[in-house]
Design a protein around this ligand. Structure first.
Ligand SMILES: *Cc1c(COP(=O)(O)O)cnc(C)c1O
Length: 419
């Protein structure tokens, strides 16, 4: 529909022998637009079916892309307010501008002095706080989330694994029934988990290849069965993957354990007390059957963007480059010939500073200027939705520490009472 800049919504482009699934044609030029343009409608309908008359307040932590996509999705939807928390120093300039210039009466954006894990942990804590829940209930308000901890985010994401497969069949790149691999640049493990669900629903998938950046906790986990967050949080040029506590892994482990609630609760308890857990041999075996993982460092991210541009004229963003390099590692390690699709999760114009640097060398120009230069020198058009971003009025200037997030929410809710 008109929310996307192409009729196809999710085009698939052939680059060399691999296929790139372009998930960035929506309003905020990252893959989260697809699920987040449907989620508000799913929520409204659920409310109607439950005959609920409470106001919904969406709490969202963002590593950069969820926030903007959620703000756009929920903007001016009646009966719903949205509050987004983003790490002040952990997002690209384009990501930040997209959020602080957000319009809509029901939108609130708060910068926090911390990283994504701090924001997400605080949001989860608030969602689980019985005292706050009761207080809000007395005011006819309830919380929900637009993060991928909400199953309404994951379900829409299953569809593009299928639509891509269908396209490959239609274009005679594969025969129906052939297996394919998917490579997914991963942070909170939501997108790749949707791929796993697609497989469980019957899609012929060989391996789900989990690509990590220097925060390579998922690579270590898939290869050893040990999840250990006792490590530094590294800020990279693929910030949407700068995450150490991947929420949706809990869901995967639940299925791999044969839906064993108690076992999973035990692992999560280990995680909160020891910052570490180890899964049993049975789960390790299944993990290795379904997944493969490697990672890409900062230098390799730049090299990959440059190499792919020089070889094929294709411009990819930093997250997609992490996936591309991980796929190269996979081929080197396995010699697997299975046709492979790389999920491209963001437009290069969302991270123009890094992409420009990779292809044309470092520049001390601002990201917005580099957006123009990148367009001029590659011949690619700047997506309409970010063109002129620098001229938009800044509408959100709130900030707080992670400890003060509850306070900030209560402040926002009391201010908004008369709206
Ligand atoms: C959110 C995001 C990711 C990570 O996706 P998860 O579902 O959190 O694993 C990767 N790339 C981009 C550009 C993103 O916005």
């Amino acid at each position: 529909d008109e929310k996307f800049d192409t009729q196809e919504i999710v085009p698939v482009v052939k680059v060399g022998d691999t296929f790139i699934m372009e998930l960035f044609h929506g309003k905020t030029i990252a893959f989260k637009d697809i699920a987040l343009s449907i989620l508000p409608y799913l929520m409204k309908n659920a409310e109607k079916n439950c005959d609920s008359r409470e106001e919904i307040v969406i709490l969202t932590a963002t590593s950069g892309d969820t926030g903007k996509a959620a703000l756009e999705g929920f903007k001016d939807i009646q009966g719903i307010r949205i509050i987004v928390f983003y790490p002040e120093n952990g997002v690209s300039q384009v990501q930040k501008l997209q959020m602080v210039t957000q319009e809509g009466k029901n939108t609130h954006v708060v910068a926090i002095d911390g990283n994504f894990d701090d924001a997400q942990s605080a949001v989860k804590g608030i969602l689980n706080d019985e005292k706050i829940r009761l207080e809000l209930k007395s005011r006819n308000i309830k919380f929900s989330s637009a993060n991928s901890i909400n199953i309404g985010r994951l379900i829409p994401q299953i569809t593009y694994y299928y639509s891509t497969y269908e396209k490959l069949v239609k274009d005679k790149e594969i025969n129906r029934g052939d297996q394919v691999n998917f490579v997914v640049p991963t942070g909170n493990f939501g997108n790749i988990l949707a791929g796993y669900f697609a497989k469980r629903m019957g899609l012929p998938v060989n391996k789900l290849i989990c690509a990590a950046n220097e925060n390579n906790i998922l690579r270590d986990f898939i290869n050893t069965g040990i999840y250990d967050i006792n490590r530094p949080f590294i800020k990279t040029m693929s910030p949407s993957m700068d995450i150490l506590i991947s929420s949706n892994l809990e869901r995967l482990l639940y299925y791999l354990s044969g839906c064993n609630n108690n076992y999973i609760a035990g692992l999560m308890k280990d995680l909160s007390t020891n910052k570490k857990y180890e899964v049993n041999d049975n789960i390790k075996k299944k993990l290795n059957e379904e997944f493969w993982s490697s990672y890409c460092n900062e230098e390799e991210t730049l090299e990959t963007i440059k190499k792919v541009y020089q070889s094929y004229g294709y411009v990819m963003d930093t997250h997609t480059a992490v996936a591309y390099k991980t796929y190269e590692d996979y081929i080197y390690a396995t010699q697997d010939q299975t046709k492979t699709v790389i999920l491209s999760t963001a437009s290069p114009f969302k991270f123009p500073g890094s992409v420009y640097k990779a292809i044309f060398g470092a520049s001390d120009q601002s990201e917005l200027t580099l957006m123009l230069s990148l367009s001029e020198r590659t011949g690619l058009m700047i997506p309409k939705v970010v063109d002129g971003l620098g001229n938009k009025e800044v509408l959100h200037t709130r900030s707080c520490t992670p400890e003060k997030m509850t306070n900030e929410i209560m402040l926002i809710l009391s201010e908004g009472q008369d709206d």
